[in-house]
Design a protein around this ligand. Structure first.
Ligand SMILES: NC(=O)c1ccc[n+]([C@@H]2O[C@H](COP(=O)([O-])OP(=O)(O)OC[C@H]3O[C@@H](n4cnc5c(N)ncnc54)[C@H](O)[C@@H]3O)[C@@H](O)[C@H]2O)c1
Length: 349
């Protein structure tokens, strides 16, 4: 029997000098929790199974949990992803190994929706161009009339996905008096109606929206969902925004329509290759605003993600099922239930 509940943090939470990479992630609730001990892993990615054998829980930033990462001794009980994307985690492996996978929808919902609004307002308001003109002095002022922005009233805001972030985007955009459309094969029609969102077919989002945003997960089905054919449905006045995952978009096809000015512009926080290649022709274009998969990163986002992960880990330590488990199937596994019972017996008093 293990007398301590041991929590691993993936090595990318720690700098070479041992200090925290993200001090807004407040570890104190974990450090103060009775019976809990924490330790950092090294920088191996995918994670190595041997390194995980001495732990009950793992808080995971960007490193990969691959099939070969599963510890063989069966102790690990929860992986708490710092964020909501879990394309870096092999979910069937977790379920087979009696490991629950938790994410932090409460932490990212508002920050990502805000970053989409930031890109919408920057693109339609020509923010980057006008910043440049101002720095040029009189020459820039003289041509400012050539760079009119685009008003949002009555424009159509479209989303691929109306989940955690997609729904929050519509909530935030409400006072801008736009029309809302979304495509989501698993949409909740009541939620859509409550938000004033018309649910439409996939291609309709591209042909009808003045601003197309991507808010679905990266899965085998959504890889290159945004391809040349769908981008060709957009108008020369339309904008495209992706803050979800890079490979949902065929980036070559997107670069092509932007280069030919077949769409007005794009705002991109995510890319097919990350970190990006500075030589990529995409970065030569002036109708694109790019951010390094970090536009939503803020003190509040990181504090929120950290708090949600710690809540999930301490729930497991007390034998409780955390909210929002991704692999719900694990809850029925006798092996997982036995682990929870043992934690309850040991720590829940
Ligand atoms: N840029 C960042 O830093 C950042 C941060 C957090 C999340 N994200 C990404 O944002 C995306 C959305 O996150 P979320 O929390 O809203 O997830 P979510 O699971 O709550 O919502 C995703 C929605 O997409 C829908 N969907 C699934 N397949 C679809 C398809 N083929 N077409 C259209 N919709 C489909 C689902 O039904 C669901 O409603 C994810 O890709 C996530 O990885 C990015």
């Amino acid at each position: 029997m293990n007398t301590l509940f041991r929590v691993a943090l993936s090595g990318d939470f720690r700098k070479a000098d041992d200090s925290a990479v993200y001090p807004d992630f407040d570890l104190r609730p974990l450090l103060k929790a009775p019976g809990v001990e924490i330790a950092y892993l090294d920088s191996a990615s995918p994670l190595r199974s041997n390194d995980l054998e001495e732990f009950d829980a793992l808080i995971l930033l960007a490193h990969r949990f691959a099939p070969e990462s599963a510890p063989r001794n069966g102790r690990l009980s929860i992986i708490a992803r710092f964020g909501v994307g879990y394309d870096t985690v092999d979910v069937p492996t977790c379920t087979a190994a009696d490991i629950a996978l938790a994410t932090t929808p409460d932490g990212v919902r508002r920050p990502v929706a805000v970053s989409i609004m930031t890109l919408i307002l920057a693109l339609t308001g020509k923010l980057m161009v006008k910043d440049k003109l101002t720095r040029q002095g009189p020459a820039g002022f003289a041509i400012r009339g050539e760079h009119m922005g685009v008003g949002l009233v009555g424009k159509v805001l479209g989303s691929l996905g109306i989940g955690n972030i997609g729904a929050e985007l519509f909530r935030l955009a409400k006072p801008f008096d736009m029309k809302f459309i979304a495509h989501d094969p698993f949409a909740d029609p009541e939620l859509a109606a409550a938000l004033g969102v018309e649910l439409v077919g996939l291609d309709d989002v591209f042909s009808r929206a003045d601003i197309v945003t991507v808010n679905c997960p990266l899965t085998a089905e959504t890889r290159h969902l945004v391809n040349a054919e769908r981008l060709a449905l957009m108008r020369p006045t339309s904008f495209f925004i992706n803050t979800a995952r890079g490979p949902i978009v065929d980036q070559r096809a997107l670069t092509d329509v932007l280069t030919r000015r077949q769409i007005a512009g794009a705002g991109l926080d995510v890319f097919e290759q990350e970190p990006t290649d500075p030589a990529d022709p995409l970065f030569k274009l002036d109708n694109v605003i790019v951010t390094p998969h970090a536009l939503c990163w803020s003190d509040q986002c990181f504090a929120g993600n950290g708090a949600a992960d710690i809540r999930a880990v301490l729930d497991i330590q007390h034998g409780r099922i955390p909210r929002g488990i991704v692999n719900q199937a694990v809850l029925a596994n006798p092996g997982f239930q036995r682990k929870l019972e043992e934690y309850r017996r040991q720590f829940a008093h």
